[in-house]
Design a protein around this ligand. Structure first.
Ligand code: CU
Length: 105
């Protein structure tokens, strides 16, 4: 299963534990993504931190970037690195109003 997911997402993202050029932090707090947008560069990483008492779910519906990291428990962090210039939206399946926009230059 894990190998299958990496195969699908390899061109736009890497799920990583390694630091890269710039690391952005997007918090899930008050059932919102904070900040609501960032501008990143290819190779940068984005750390999603669940600061809420509820589960969240990093979910990218944008064509060419589609990604679903699954449930993210309170206190849990997930880190992505971006490898494709463009713009994508990050939503949460559990809270459909949650949105942050990532521009990759
Ligand atoms: Cu959520």
């Amino acid at each position: 299963m894990r190998r299958h997911l990496f195969g699908i997402f390899a061109c736009a993202f890497l799920v990583t534990n390694h630091a890269a050029a710039t690391e952005f932090t997007i918090k899930m707090a008050g059932a919102s993504y904070r900040p609501a947008s960032i501008k990143a560069a290819v190779g940068d990483t984005i750390r999603f931190v669940n600061d809420d008492a509820a589960k969240h779910n990093v979910f990218v519906p944008t064509a060419g970037y589609a990604l679903d990291l699954g449930a993210q428990e309170p206190g849990q962090e997930k880190v992505l690195s971006v490898h494709k210039v463009g713009r994508f939206e990050v939503e949460c399946v559990i809270h459909p109003h949650m949105l942050t926009v990532v521009e990759v230059e």
